[in-house]
Ligand binder design. Sequence first.
Ligand code: ACM
Length: 771
Amino acid sequence: MKRLAVILLCLTVSSTLFAQSDNAYHLLPFPAQFVGKDGHFTVSAATRVVIAAKDAGQRAAAQTLVSQLKLASGFPVAVAPATPALTKGKHIVFQAHKAGRCGPEGYILNATPDRVVVEAETPKGYFYAVQTLLQLLPTAVFSPTKVENVAWTIPACQILDRPRYPYRGLMLDVSRHFMPVSFVKRFIDLMAMHKFNTFHWHLTDDQGWRIEIKKYPRLTQIGSKRRETVVGHNAANYPFQYDGKEYGGFYTQEQIRDVIRYAAARHVTIIPEIEMPGHALAALASYPEFSCDASKKYDVATRWGIFKDVYCPNEQTFTFLQNVLTEVMALFPGKYIHIGGDECPKDAWKASAFCQDLIKKLKLKDEHELQSYFIQRIEKFVNSKGRAIIGWDEILEGGLAPNATVMSWRGTEGGLEAARQKHNVVMTPGEFCYLDQYQGNPAQEPLAGGGYMPIEKVYSYEPTPAELTPEQQKYILGVQGNIWTEYIPTTQHVEYMAFPRASALAEIGWMPQGPRNFEDFAMRLKEHLKRLGYLNVNYSKRLLDVRAVTQFTDADQLQVRLEKLDSDSKIYYTTNGKQPTTASTEYTTPITLKKTTTIKAVTTAGASFEETFYIHRAKGKPYTYANTAAEKSDPTRKKLTDGQVAQSPRNKSEWVSVSGDDLEVTIDLGEVRPVTKVSANFLKRISYNDFPPSSVEIGLSQDGTTYKDAISQPVKYPLEGSWGMLPVVADFKTARARYVRIKAKNAGVAPAGLPREGLPTAVSVDEVVVE
Ligand code: ACM
């Protein structure tokens, strides 16, 4: 199964939502209530931004508008205190809203040819109104330098806008790769323009401690540096390969204060995350006494993953963490402190006499309840300082701390459970919100963590689960996108992974669910990308990609439709392996393939496309597995015969995988047919226990009972080396069969000395090609 698997997109690009005039409104996120009108307000050198002189919120927001307008237009647009004449003139007028319709973050914007009136109840409301005004202006308003020959107009409209959710966040991991202050500020700017209001700063983890703590200088002297970094994907090599280069970085408290001020001016609250009790290696490398075995030497982690060495729940650790949190709370003024809580293996606690005694003394059931005790103690401390904790959904295990907010990341189950327990929830499920996943073909994209999450998938996310009652739904505070940076070493790459998928999440967090639809979003996004372009954001252009939609015409023919989201570009393609140009065939109608073919295409929007379509006898045919583990990995029972062959070991979800068991599958060709050859690829990722099978038997049958002509072969490969795909081919020459059965023998548990020694290995396969 391949990632581009056929997401049907309605490609009719119509006018923007609710537009009732000829004006185009490329607002993103789109407002809650919007009415388009005829005509324009024209900004000129004489335009003033009129405010109540004493209103600091109006002044700050007006200043933001004026600075940008001046830069791009060159007009001497200025902020002016209100006078009766100015307020009635052709100006942009800010006014306090008194009727309570805006709420803490909303605003009202009325643009007519005569005047633009902005109303809000809070500084944040004015700030968001300005973000909308900038998007109503020509896109060139985002230019950092003067742009000539632009009509600086604001299309007439009526907006009453307020967000759907009070929490709209992005998380940035600066532990795996450090991001400088200048970039963090730029990131906050980009968040603010999308009306995100929360920046979750992942400051500590196994691979680096990034925040200065005065009382514990070794956290940054030692904990902020790692000796070297694993090369490539964590699963790419056995043994692991390292770059031999020291890596480090941290923020001083002065820098943190500076970032907090900067964010506050843009109405972004920062939630700092201090991970505990797991993901603590950088701290333990600095202070081994806070582990369960102080005699051991701990190193800041040099590769990715989950590590067994974690904080020990003893008094000196609690004193340390409370001292750290005291300094953190002195810096960060927001309500929430994120205390991590995810992925804490219990091995060290199981092996520790102290922990086992503590479990008995506290009358706890197990180590999960010990983790719960840990988190509850920390919560009590944080609450005593007037703050609240947020934790990843593992904090539900062993009992939730009384006032904790839960970040649901392992799917939505944690969020559902927390809401049922009347706890606040931030939804950030991996399937829709992890921006470190692939957004295009994994074989062609920069290396990523794994998983395929194109922008249309992100946009399809609905954060409020229908399973909850209306009362329980109120606990869903909002939605967050996470940028984990194991495979994102540079700021440019952060931008590439974040945008425009974060733009999709911004709209999910802001816009009412009802009128949201992807085609309309995509059209507005195309213009929005130009804004990001003016801001020099290294956004992904995957939105402009050609996508293939396939359909069988008869048993051995395939019809391929090439689609794209923008209506104003053209596609040119080849089927002979040559690189296409605008002199190649222009795509106008679906391409019919009679044999395995590689289609290559380019578009005039600059996208390129390449995909091989496999026409074979088993294509589209049904099959059954001999065990349920395989069925789980392939619930729609289509992956193995869909004609789309996994092209790299990068994204495991392209593969059908069975852990700890053999893989046996039987394909039904529907009738007895000639079969000359059967082939399949098996996945090799030794560091992650994806072992090719020890042997493969491929058999043919006419009745589904008697298998003749079985070809059995051992699969030989070295454990050492890089990940890859191992082809297994059975040549039958002139056989006839209705059923094709493949039995792939599991390689058993991983041998000693391997990263996951003693644990079951998995057999993974994709596309059984029958010729
Ligand atoms: C997480 O992704 N470990 C929260």
